[in-house]
Design a protein. Structure first.
Length: 201
């Protein structure tokens, strides 16, 4: 009888860590997938804003590459989703927001890409009123003028991509840190959405 009792304890001690590891892995996967869905929703909002605004009504690039503030509006719509109360994302972990002219395959066409990076509330003011509503992102690289986007004939397609570094939050992170180092406990999540610009009226 004593042997059987000891056998049950031994079996439990072998099986329990495996079950807990699987359970922790499922929870971590669920959290990461939730963040990926949020990133995807943010790219759709940004792409929708960019497609609707197109050139922002600008007819020339005199004085500015984005006189109507189209890219600021795109980034503001992306940030609004990423920073919403239901989102578990940390804005500082967004490595890039890319706005690009998309080719037929949905990928960037050449070097026509504008890259925005995180800087805590140090970005441009997007509120034309008396108060300042600053973005948490600034433009770091510029390759596609908003005022030069084609809305006649065959309109350009605009792509918005968000790159986010997901950090493992369950105890699984500590195990992975021991085995593979601290970089192993992060996952790069990226999503992009492409939409055709609204044709000029």
């Amino acid at each position: 009888m004593l042997f059987r009792s000891g056998q049950g304890v031994l079996e439990l001690s072998i099986i329990l860590p495996v079950v807990l590891l699987l359970l922790t892995g499922m929870v971590e996967f669920g959290l990461a997938y939730n963040d990926l869905l949020t990133v995807g929703y943010a790219t759709r909002e940004g792409s929708r804003a960019g497609a609707a605004l197109a050139t922002g009504g600008a007819t020339s690039c005199t004085g500015s590459s984005d006189p109507a503030g189209v890219d600021k509006a795109i980034v503001a719509s992306v940030e609004r989703i990423l920073a919403s109360p239901g989102s578990g994302l940390t804005l500082a972990d967004v490595s890039a927001i890319r706005i690009y002219r998309a080719g037929a395959d949905g990928k960037p066409a050449g070097s026509e890409i504008n890259v925005w990076g995180y800087t805590a509330a140090g970005g441009p003011d997007v509120d034309p009123g008396p108060g300042a509503t600053r973005l948490s992102f600034v433009e770091q690289a510029h390759g596609w003028d908003a005022c030069a986007r084609r809305t006649t004939g065959t309109p350009d397609s605009i792509g918005v991509q968000v790159v986010y570094t997901y950090r493992l939050t369950t105890p699984l992170a500590a195990i992975i840190d021991i085995v593979g180092g601290s970089q192993a406990s992060t996952i790069t999540l990226r999503d992009q959405t492409v939409m055709a610009l609204n044709p000029a009226a």
